[in-house]
Design a protein around this ligand. Sequence first.
Ligand code: SF4
Length: 476
Amino acid sequence: MEAALRVFDRHGEREKRHKARLKFLIKKIGVEKFKQLVETERLAIKTQSYPVKELPDPAQTVEHFEPNVTVPKNQYKYDLWLATNTFEQRQKGYFGIFIKVFLGDLSSEKARYLAGIVKKYAADDIRLTINQNILLKYVHEDHLVTVLNRYGFAEPGYDSVADITACSGTDTCNLGVTNSTGLSGVLESMPTDEYPELIADKHIKIKISGCMNACGQHMIGNIGFHGSSIKKKDKVIPAMQIVIGGGVDPSGKPYIADKVIKIPAKRTPDSVRYILDHFLEQGLEGECFNHYYERVGGKKFFYNLLKPLAIVEDLTDTDLMDWGQDHLYQQAIGIGECAGAILDMVGTIINDAKEKLVSAKESVAAGHYADGIYYTYATYVVGAKAILLSEDIACNTHRKIISDFQKEIVDLGKISLDYNYKEKALAINKQELTQVFAEQQLIDAEHFLNLIIDYRNSQQANDGADKEIVESYYKA
Ligand code: SF4
């Protein structure tokens, strides 16, 4: 894992954030080349295996308490919850419990309550699930009624149509085009009010992303949405691209959703009604949603079914507003949750290089030479990145940073080094990871960082303004 991470650090995309994923690097260089790079990198990693301690059996750590309530207050809801949110473990008498957490947000008050419950009743262990929920384990069957009777922790419908996954959308994400969270609230309450019979169906999941990047996993939703817009003369309408048929079927076969149609965002609840009504009418007994989707005609059929909602000749003012907003939709870049917008980015990156050097010193002092050497490598790369950005040179992969720094800074005599910077930075996986090598790297990295700091100080003394590239690439 460490070697793979290092390969991504060295070669992976860093500038275009939507491409900053391992999968894009593997697509670019091929899996064989990637494996070869990982193998080479393994030479520089001292720890090749690590003993894993055997954990005690959690069942032994669960205390048994007398239940203080034996009858559920609402038997129907309790039975539904048992069916949708719990499963019996292989360890007899113990249950796993899924807790639905709307949008994955939990207040500190609720979290404290839950922590108390988990400590007492659930083997002091919590798992976060991929659909923004929580899994507790080792809850004794005697405690099922009492454990989660507050704060709505026992809402039925885990992983059903009433359990929506959504990203933060325009609430806090700078890339968001539409508001995913407002829409999510509206859609999540719909099954309870209008389609209670579907709450026990685990094969219809709705997933929402505020843009095509899919942090809300829309392409694996049986019904998915991603934020978009529709232009109509001088108007811009917040819109949702509807995708259908993603996820897995009961046999575990995976599906990627089809892109079906784009409609004004405010009509999204109606699109869900159109689809669910048709499914309830035309779905066969026991048929899962994806099989039904394919049987009735897939993309083409649903395009025609939903087409009336895509007509934008009869727009109302509401159609021009996004969910959770009371003003007309406007496309603009807002302030994201990242604090980068208010920081001196070059200074911040230099501080990052300083931290790498501190970590290098600590590692070498503790005798962890391989780690120390890697931290000196990081000092070289991060320090170089700061200066390249200050010179208006775009930074992307480590490899490019290393060669650009050699070419644009060292070779042009802006910073003078009595060694080849590129060879020095890349020496880490070419040498034996000895104490002597680590100590020499440390001395050289510290000297290098001091040169970087001096260079930046003199830049600021002459002209402190950050160049265009810093402004456009590193604002949140
Ligand atoms: S999918 Fe959501 S969180 Fe991801 S980039 Fe788009 S708006 Fe942001």
